[in-house]
Design a protein around this ligand. Structure first.
Ligand SMILES: [Zn+2]
Length: 190
């Protein structure tokens, strides 16, 4: 099933999500729902807090932009209980967006190289290194698990200019092609 996307200003996006056990109820269903919701809303990644679940899972599928970014072809993964254990390389400035912050795009600095450990949907453990665009998407989604949004990482001057835009978004003054949940609205459990 698909979920509505929780929008900027909602408390669940600011919570530090919790790790889950291998016997978390309907884990495979949660992973499937995250993918389905991500495809429906045309995102490249989606973290569980964005569907109102404060647990440490995110999914990524780079296929939609694989034509422009060939390295993202076949980059489809679920990351459960991930830990970024190394961030190295020069900071790179790149434009990001987020389904929880409709239509707002800003440049964000992030490290170009990460090492991450995680479990996949079959509870296989992985210890992997990513660079470039993949490292970028992973770091964005990983931040969601710690209650951090990409706008927090925009340079301070620029961030001040975003304040009114973010306020408008939190009040529902945006149009999105997918269903959303605004701050203060209750998240229906599946
Ligand atoms: Zn996001």
């Amino acid at each position: 099933m698909t979920y509505p996307i929780v929008v900027y200003g909602h408390a669940v996006l600011r919570k530090v999500a919790v790790e889950i056990d291998r016997d978390y109820p309907d884990l495979n269903q949660v992973v499937d729902d995250l993918f389905e919701t991500m495809y429906k809303s045309e995102g490249l990644g989606l973290a569980a807090p964005q569907i109102g679940k404060s647990i440490r899972i995110f999914v990524i599928d780079g296929a939609p932009i694989a034509d422009e970014e060939p390295e993202l072809a076949n980059f489809k993964k679920a990351f459960i209980n991930p830990h970024i254990i190394e961030r190295t390389g020069d900071l790179q400035l790149m434009t990001e967006g987020c389904l929880s912050i409709p239509h707002l795009r800003e440049e964000v600095n992030r490290e170009g190289h990460i090492r991450i450990t995680y479990y996949d949907e079959n509870w296989e453990f992985h210890d992997e290194i990513y660079e470039g665009y993949k490292a970028r998407i992973i770091q964005h989604e990983y931040d969601h698990l710690d209650g951090i949004l990409f706008t927090d990482r925009v340079n301070p001057l620029r961030r001040r200019l975003l304040k009114s835009k973010l306020l408008a978004i939190s009040k529902g003054r945006f149009e999105a092609d997918y269903k959303t949940i605004l701050p203060g609205q209750r998240i229906k459990s599946a």
